[in-house]
Design a protein around this ligand. Structure first.
Ligand SMILES: [Zn+2]
Length: 360
């Protein structure tokens, strides 16, 4: 979908007439879902056409219960803001469960989403429910269908939703909800790690309220203003253009380079946030062992093969030691062993998530 410029803020591809002002930030979104389901059964039956393996067993009961808890306890007026809360609670989200699904999937335009059957535990299930409910909230606000901002010349720039940015923000807010509400075990499961990292830096730069409004409504004008002021004019469009071309790595690198230039001290501090550390641990685990080991460390389940492979790669006793550590200590331990044993490959040095760690 092309860029709309020099049209006196008139026409957006999907939106008709749009004068953007901060006070009508919500006017482009949907008040209601296109299709609203009242129960899991109703949604499941209707969705069978599209999703052939809807199940109603024990996992479905757990998923429904968790989703209802997330809806009542986490999606509060405080978190969503008044207008989003009103729309969201008028048509509560319905979780349905699908066999063969990995993670979750929001069913566009409806108040329902599919969740997997095989979560490793309650934290992961809650993370998934929160993530999918956030997609639905963003659909109600307009943020799921559109990304737009007022450009330099005062004209509206209106695009399709920038899905990588949208996913990063979705995961960021879901992670935030989980981490704010739950006493959690180390959480190395972070969906869309690069995108979430980028979203995290944006949060630190522009603040939670501004970023959340942009996320729900799709209007990034305020985010652009803050970014261009802090990181140099043109920064926002440079980064967003990479996102649009699905070059998330370049978008993240550009953002981080500019942060390092303008806010070096702050960046250093932000990089100590548990979320960033967990994303880095996850990246390391994925790079040097199979991904399933990271799930294993997460749940504490003892899978002998995982332990063996881990120790074979990182030296004997490594698995036991890694399992007893978390956060920065675990990160340093893994890095130390990886370096010591000569496991660093060019991939490590170019990996956007851990590239800074390789330099020390
Ligand atoms: Zn998603």
């Amino acid at each position: 979908m092309g860029q709309v410029r020099n049209t006196k803020r008139k026409v957006g591809p999907d939106l008709g007439v749009i004068p953007i002002k901060s006070d009508d930030i919500w006017s482009h979104g949907h008040q209601k879902p296109k299709v609203q389901f009242k129960t899991e059964k109703e949604a499941g039956i209707a969705r069978k056409k599209w999703w052939p393996v809807i199940t109603f067993g024990e996992d479905a009961i757990k998923n429904r219960k968790t989703s209802e808890e997330v809806f009542s306890n986490w999606m509060t007026k405080d978190f969503l803001g008044k207008e989003m809360y009103r729309r969201f609670s008028a048509a509560p989200p319905i979780a349905i469960t699908g066999g063969g699904v990995t993670g979750g999937k929001y069913l566009d335009g409806t108040n329902s989403f599919v969740m997997a059957e095989d979560f490793s535990g309650e934290v992961q299930r809650k993370l998934c429910a929160a993530h999918e409910q956030l997609h639905y909230a963003a659909w109600l606000g307009g943020g799921f269908s559109n990304t737009r901002w007022v450009g330099e010349d005062g004209a509206l720039v209106s695009k399709k939703v920038m899905i990588d940015l949208h996913e990063g923000l979705t995961e960021l807010f879901a992670q935030k909800l989980v981490r704010d509400h739950e006493k959690i075990p180390p959480l190395y499961i972070v969906g869309y790690p690069q995108e979430t990292m980028m979203a995290f830096y944006l949060l630190k730069l522009v603040g939670e309220k501004t970023l959340k409004q942009a996320y729900f409504s799709g209007d990034f004008t305020q985010v652009k203003t803050v970014l261009d002021k802090g990181l140099g004019s043109g920064s926002f469009e440079k980064i967003i253009n990479f996102v649009e071309e699905e070059k998330t790595t370049q978008a993240l690198e550009t953002l981080r380079e500019r942060l390092a230039e303008h806010f070096p001290k702050k960046l250093e501090k932000w990089n100590q946030d548990p979320l960033i550390i967990d994303i880095q641990i996850n990246a390391l685990l994925v790079l040097f062992v199979d991904e399933w080991i990271n799930v294993d460390l997460n749940t504490g389940k003892k899978i002998p093969a995982a332990k063996q492979l881990f120790d074979k790669k990182l030296g004997s006793g490594a698995y036991a030691q890694a399992s007893s550590l978390e956060g920065n200590e675990l990160l340093s331990f893994l890095l130390g062993r990886i370096k010591e044993r000569g496991l660093i490959t060019p991939e490590f040095n170019e990996h956007p998530i851990i590239v800074d760690l390789m330099e020390d």
